[in-house]
Design a protein around this ligand. Structure first.
Ligand SMILES: [Zn+2]
Length: 280
């Protein structure tokens, strides 16, 4: 999956650390990140290339390579001058499916943190400009003391099975046109199993039982932690699709379409169902 970068290791713990010249810099604004592709490979600006434009802030590391955010004094001028070195603002999803894999996963994770900083400049309680804590990854209001931590949205994805059949669906809108599984965010006051029951009912009109944990995946693009389950159909198999889906269809194991992408939880779960008939 996207986070599988072995033998490299992503260290996400906060460290108050000064950058080295060859550490990487992620600048993000809105849903875009500053990047260039060289022979389809992700290339990130280094500290040396960004020096003088603003303050660097430690984000994470992959092995010994640090990744830093930057708060440019003049963001437009920074982007313009980096453009002269062929770095451009690209949609955050550009990293998906690109190599090196560890850089792709690190950049997505960095984006989660930098967009949190970008969207939270002032205290929501009293309006004072936040300061960065130098002890942990948080923002502190110097006036009223409110502390703000990065948000993580729990979400679930569920493969509904019925013997040798699995339910595959397609979204009605958006860019993702391949077969998918039922997914959705947890609501306040709900267990993750409760999310599974509710989303399955809302999107397909089906009931499920025997919910079984499979795996989880950090999905920084939507500030999520995606938690994957298998669940068995309970009762009628008649699907009533919601407006969010264009279709939801039962596939027998031998008829499941092939899909070449290897990054997603969806693909991993569908392939697991295909290859482990003894478990279902
Ligand atoms: Zn405040």
């Amino acid at each position: 999956m996207f986070q599988d970068i072995e033998p490299k290791v992503l260290h996400n713990e906060y460290v108050n650390k000064k950058p080295d010249k060859d550490d990487f810099v992620l600048f993000s604004t809105g849903e875009k990140i500053l990047i260039k592709l060289v022979d389809e490979k992700l290339t990130v600006p280094t500290i040396a290339e960004c020096e003088g434009f603003g303050e660097f802030r430690y984000l994470l590391a992959v092995d010994d390579r640090g990744y830093y955010g930057i708060e440019p004094k003049d963001a437009d001028e920074f982007v313009r001058l980096m453009g002269e070195k062929s770095f451009n603002l690209e949609d955050k999803f550009i990293v998906r499916g690109k190599t090196p894999e560890d850089v792709a996963f690190a950049l997505a994770t960095c984006f989660h943190i930098t967009s949190f900083y970008e969207k939270n400049k002032f205290c929501g309680k009293c309006g004072t400009r936040y300061k960065h804590s130098d002890k942990e990854r948080s923002l502190i209001c110097p006036s009223c003391g409110q502390t703000l931590y990065p948000r993580l949205n729990p979400a679930m994805i569920v493969a509904i099975t019925d013997g040798d059949r699995i339910l595959l669906s397609r979204y009605a809108g958006g860019y993702y046109k391949r077969y998918a599984l039922i997914a959705g965010y947890s609501e306040i006051g709900e267990t993750i199993e409760g999310t599974v029951h509710r989303e399955v009912m809302e999107e397909t009109g089906l009931k499920v039982k025997n919910i079984r944990y499979f795996a989880s995946q950090p999905w920084a693009f939507t500030q999520s932690l995606l938690i994957g389950f298998f669940a068995e159909l309970d009762g009628s198999d008649k699907v009533v699709v919601s407006d969010e889906l264009s279709e939801a269809v039962w596939f027998k194991r031998e008829d499941i379409p092939r899909d070449d992408s290897t990054l997603s939880m969806t693909k991993t779960m569908i392939e697991y169902f295909r290859n482990h008939p003894e478990e279902f």
